[in-house]
Design a protein around this ligand. Structure first.
Ligand code: HEM
Length: 515
């Protein structure tokens, strides 16, 4: 009887001893105990929780401050290291393309809800197999083949923006760009397009769904048990009680329906081209366990998400900076006027790739839109890494963030300013060296597989839009800090909660504007 009555006391003592042991181990005996950083961050994940969950995607800013205090390598949680260095040697060691096994850090791999998607796959070999099943589909050769489709979609977007402007409406470009990139990626993935470009106001709810999904990423990462639990709640309950979770659920149901249509062959008459999901399902090297409905749904969620917000945000930010600076706008318009004399023509991406000023604008837009603000952590399970005088034990997750890389004042003086000039008048080797500091698409074996498609979207959209509409539009009630700047890290950077997007109206003198 006495023993039973004392059980809670024994349990409390056991828990306390275990916690104490864990804390001492993390502070003094862990393989990363020797690395500098705040003690609180080394002790538990609650430190990161506070910045990312309570303050809303803000740990990246705290990590930037840690580097100012502790130097180029810091321990940012019980297991993980973060590097901020202008010397890029270690970057290529950490993110090799071939020849080394590289895993994702389990802690962050599942931050979009599961580790079934290629993006969230932890182990090196499984990732390699999953990625290979569709990577060729996003190769430069394939993107070129589908360029006519892309040109048509970009042109439809511009026609629709122009029609709206002529009716005297304010156009939210974030919604227009997100409609474009969604229509592109859904065409590539499935045999249907979401046809957001045809819907009223560019179907803003799809953009909002994705934004909401992203705001969940720090919570899913910190509390990995929460999502599986929410997934068990019945539809009627979620619909009544939680708009955000309901929206995510509806979006996933839509992906599942598309995946089922591809799997059952019901979509055969609806597409004129092979899609990513046909490619994956027909891949003989993928075992049946890799072709289940649920895995395909996870892959679809990741592909549509990755292919939409990233490009749309980059385009919005770049458009804002060009429209808000007369000199930049004029230089870009002059260059495009020569390269594309007939504004109604549809030159290929190649034409734009050779334009120095457009390239400078594009690189500066990439720099300030970051791609992902989150650190891209990798661990080398079999290799010890040397960073300066530090020996990093095998299996230690280490990451770089585009946010800190792109804002390093030694490499990019006045980093907060949009200055295309920093990319001009450089010797080819120097320009290449400067470009190596951009990390929008990550590196190595897990570099963004959609990078070529993204570049095609960026070149064609910026080229066509500024040539056809540049002289006709002006910004409307758009402020950089409130509406444009990326101030929250939800893996994909997000602007402030108050953001109303980048909005444009017809210029007062547009009827006289020459094209
Ligand atoms: C400006 C546009 C884009 C940016 C900045 C961007 C950025 C990124 C980044 C930072 C990663 C993570 C790399 C890592 O984990 O180390 C990534 C991965 C990925 N991206 Fe993109 N992305 C863009 C467009 C696209 C598009 C259009 C697609 C559509 C196919 C796409 C599909 C993917 C996929 C599937 C992955 C996972 C790759 C893997 O783990 O092997 N992305 N992207």
């Amino acid at each position: 009887m006495d023993i039973i009555a004392s059980l809670p006391v024994y349990a409390a003592v056991a828990l306390l001893s275990y916690t104490l042991y864990g804390a001492i181990w993390r502070l003094y005996f862990s393989p990363v105990a020797k690395f500098p950083g705040p003690r609180l961050a080394a002790l538990s994940f609650w430190y990161e929780f506070y910045y990312d969950v309570v303050k809303g995607g803000a740990y990246v800013f705290q990590i930037e401050k840690m580097h100012q205090i502790y130097g180029p390598i810091v321990r940012i949680n019980p297991y993980e290291l973060h590097i901020n260095d202008t010397d890029l040697d270690f970057l290529s060691k950490l993110y090799p393309s071939i020849g080394k096994e590289v895993d994702k850090f389990w802690w962050s791999a599942g931050m979009f809800g599961n580790t079934e998607m290629t993006f969230g796959t932890i182990g090196h070999n499984l990732h390699k197999m999953r990625r290979a099943a569709f990577a060729k589909f996003l190769s430069p050769a394939y993107i070129r083949k589908l360029e006519p489709l892309l040109k048509d979609l970009v042109s439809s977007m511009i026609t629709k923006i122009e029609a709206g402007l002529k009716e005297g409406r304010t156009i939210n470009l974030v919604h227009a760009y997100s409609a474009l990139t969604q229509d592109v990626i859904t065409e590539y993935c499935f045999s249907f397009s979401r046809k957001c470009l045809e819907k009223e106001n560019f179907a803003p709810h799809y953009y909002e769904w994705m934004q909401i999904h992203c705001t969940f990423t720090p919570i899913i990462k910190q509390l990995p048990w929460l999502l599986p639990m929410l997934n068990k709640l019945p539809d009627w309950w979620v619909k009544r009680t939680d708009d955000a979770v309901w929206l995510i659920r509806m979006q996933e149901a839509e992906y599942l329906a598309q995946v089922r249509a591809v799997m059952s062959g019901d979509d055969k008459d609806k597409t004129s081209h092979i899609t990513i999901f046909h490619e994956i399902l027909n891949e003989p090297l993928l075992p049946p366990s890799e072709k289940t409905e649920m895995r395909m749904k996870a892959e679809a969620t990741s592909l549509v998400g990755a292919g939409t917000l990233t490009s749309a945000h980059m385009l919005s930010l770049t458009t804002y900076f060009v429209l808000s600076n007369h000199e930049i706008h004029k230089k870009l318009s002059d260059e495009l006027g020569v390269a594309m004399p007939d504004p109604a023509s549809s030159p290929s991406q190649q034409v734009f790739e050779s334009l120095p000023y457009l390239n400078a604008v594009l690189d500066e837009g990439l720099r300030l839109s970051y791609g992902s603000m989150h650190r891209l952590s990798r661990s080398h399970p079999k290799d010890t890494l040397q960073y300066r005088d530090w020996i990093i034990p095998p299996g230690t997750p280490v990451g770089y963030s585009a946010y800190t890389l792109h804002r390093n004042p030694e490499v990019f003086p006045e980093p907060e300013k949009f200055k295309p000039e920093r990319w001009l008048n450089l010797a080819p080797a120097d320009r290449q060296h400067l470009r190596a500091h951009l990390n929008n698409f990550g590196r190595g074996s897990r570099q963004c597989v959609g990078m070529r498609l993204a570049y095609a979207e960026l070149y064609l959209t910026l080229g066509y839009l500024f040539r056809r509409l540049g002289s006709k539009v002006q910004l409307q009630d758009t402020e950089y800090e409130r509406d444009v700047a990326f101030l929250q890290d939800y893996f994909i950077p997000a602007p402030s909660r108050q953001s109303k997007g980048v909005r444009v109206v017809m210029k007062l003198d547009a009827s006289e504007a020459t094209t």
